[in-house]
Ligand binder design. Sequence first.
Ligand code: AP5
Length: 267
Amino acid sequence: MANETAISTANDTARNIGPVILLGPPGAGKGTQSKRIVDRYGVPQISTGDLLRDHVARGTELGLEAKSIMARGELVPDELMYGIVANRLREADCQRGFVLDGFPRTAAQAGWLDAFLEKEVFDKGSEKRSDKGSEYPQNCPPVVIQLLVDYTQLLLRLTGRRSCPACGRLYNIHFQPPLVDELCDVDGSKLVIRNDDREEVISGRLAAYETQTRLVTDYYRAQRRLVAINADRPVEEVTAQIFGVIDSHGNDSHGRVDTRSGTTTQS
Ligand code: AP5
């Protein structure tokens, strides 16, 4: 699969980009775009859905609790999320930045994240950063990017999604089919359908987004930190818009990035 937009330079993979938050309904392309940010900037993708699915697969206490909730398309309680996100953000590979895919999903999670970053990332990191002469601005808030996609398109994306259980590559039988039906282009593994991509669950997930995650966009919009982009475009075009937002971020620590084609800063 061509991924030319995601080709990185040495400068891209050396600089601090800080936290990047991708918001959007199920199927908006958060996972797809996160992987491209990882390729370009060399920062980790933190997908709370993947972290939870890993707990479910390993049969941990958390996984056992989350399994039925996820199967119904509902949100896992905030208190269970805080521990796994905090542990992941404390890992060393997050120091130059990270992409949050699927978190925060409630207004309470957004408030918790701000408090966590303030306490554990900005305060702790500022001394280290100035020692190293880093360009990452002190107390720079996360760049928050909202992916906007039409409802009918979301349904096609979710019902058509396939993924490789071995390497994690995403496909879509409608938009990005594998070269050979149902087999991964990279390693030939048989592609799988996610448990919650069944039609009867998809409507519940979209409803959960409408009622709870909308409040997250309201939260960031009120702080003038929300940048909405048209994600109802081919993958490469969406990636180019996202890179434009990330590259502009840090020029203005209040999150007012330049307005560009298809990209709006909301106030
Ligand atoms: P999670 O795994 O986060 O799922 P989601 O938010 O429902 O999002 P998806 O992974 O379904 O979609 P996506 O936006 O990543 O799209 P993708 O890139 O795959 O969460 C799963 C569950 O875990 C939740 O329901 C909840 O129970 C729980 N959970 C997770 N986080 C939680 C939290 N913070 N709090 C509480 N509970 C939590 O793309 C979809 C398809 O479209 C793919 O086939 C892709 O190839 C295709 N596609 C992507 N972009 C394009 C494009 N531009 N054009 C055409 N096709 C495209």
